[in-house]
Design a protein around this ligand. Sequence first.
Ligand code: SF4
Ligand code: F3S
Length: 86
Amino acid sequence: AYVITQPCIGTKDASCVDVCPVDCIHPGPGEDGYDEHEQLYINPDECIDCGACEPACPVTAIFEESAVPGEWKQWIKINADFFQGA
Ligand code: SF4
Ligand code: F3S
């Protein structure tokens, strides 16, 4: 699945939502509970790995799971947890 990482915070451009063919990208609160850290999240159970969202993001926040840069690897779990209500 594709994953939305830290650069989305404070930007929330939402171009990714417009291009996603399965509507699996949703806004949510910051993973730390702070509203100022709100971002969008990709549901890994619904993402079909089409890759359309990645180039649509103006701040390069979206990566295929295996390509998430090291410092943002925790966002793989953060995206998944959001949809499990964790
Ligand atoms: Fe949606 Fe495709 Fe991006 Fe997955 S890779 S979140 S299906 S646009
Ligand atoms: Fe965030 Fe980029 Fe989408 S800033 S809302 S991941 S287009």
